[in-house]
Design a protein around this ligand. Structure first.
Ligand SMILES: [Zn+2]
Length: 285
């Protein structure tokens, strides 16, 4: 078993980073670390993540029953346990509400892929889990269909859940998704987002494989790597539809990878305006 006190100190340190980055307002967010197959450290409820002390950290079992700690464990621990149950390789989980990624969660806008190299390599595809009232098993069940094939999940109308082989890496995934969402929003405001071509994406995924990272797309042989979401099969009654980041170049992998992020309505307005102006010019002759 790892040094429990050192892990508690690291949870406090990651909590301070979450709070300093504005990823967890007030008492928001929670952090867990796997100690063994049966024991997990977790943050307490109603304590700001910016001011945690090692003695505040609780211990729970795989069903969420509190084993140690003077403070009450977070009500959202079942969400983390849903990840540990499916992924023996995962040693830590971070849940919080980083504003840019949470904006995508509120818009229920799928996270576009094939835009930035680091995101392809470190995150890969990021699914959106349907909304459920936080806390409880029904809430935890919302992530179950995706856990096997990703390391970061957007929780619709709520926030993010990221996980990894240690706590720092699990936290980094939260930083990466929020920085990515911020860049996407800024690029969208500039009016255009360019995507990688099929070939450029393939090169990145080859690199990813060489670096030893997993990607759901490695298991979808033949499927276009920058085409529809690999999670489309996992979505059932809740299917997030792209609006702000809809790609126009459906032709994949021969698509040129360049697509406007502007909604089709803008193009339509321009066409109509051109026709009206042409008609007016004709009438004036
Ligand atoms: Zn939350």
């Amino acid at each position: 078993m790892q040094n429990e006190h050192k892990l508690k100190e690291l949870i406090c340190e990651i909590g301070r980073r979450l709070y300093a980055k504005g990823f967890a307002a007030a008492n928001d967010g929670n952090i867990t670390v796997r100690l063994s197959d049966r024991e997990f450290l977790c943050t307490p409820t109603m304590v700001s993540k910016g001011f945690l002390k090692p003695e505040d950290i609780c211990k729970v079992d795989l069903e969420g029953k509190q084993l140690a700690g003077t403070k009450k464990r977070t009500s959202e621990v079942l969400l983390h346990l849903a990840v540990y149950k499916q992924r023996p390789d995962v040693m830590a989980c971070v849940h919080c509400h980083p504003p840019h990624a949470t904006a995508f969660a509120v818009a229920q806008e799928p996270i576009p892929k094939c835009v930035l190299p680091e995101v392809e390599v470190f995150l890969g595809e990021v699914p959106i889990a349907r909304y459920e009232t936080p806390g409880g098993q029904k809430f935890a069940d919302t992530v179950a269909p995706y856990v096997q094939d990703c390391n970061t999940i957007i929780l619709a109308n709520h926030g993010t859940l990221s996980f990894g082989p240690d706590l720092e890496k699990a936290y980094w995934n939260t930083e990466i998704i929020d920085a990515y969402c911020k860049i996407l929003i800024l690029a969208r405001q500039l009016g255009r987002v360019n995507y990688f071509t099929g070939q450029q994406t393939k090169e990145l995924l080859d690199l990813k494989k060489r670096l030893g990272y997993d990607d759901v797309r490695f298991r979808k042989e033949g499927a276009c790597m920058c085409g529809p979401s690999s999670f489309d099969d996992a979505y059932d009654e809740f299917v997030p539809e792209p609006v702000a980041f809809r790609r126009n170049d459906a032709a994949c992998p021969s698509g040129n990878g360049r697509a406007s992020a502007a909604p089709d309505t803008e193009e339509l307005v321009r066409l109509i305006t051109d026709q009206v102006m042409a008609a007016l010019a004709g009438a004036a002759v």
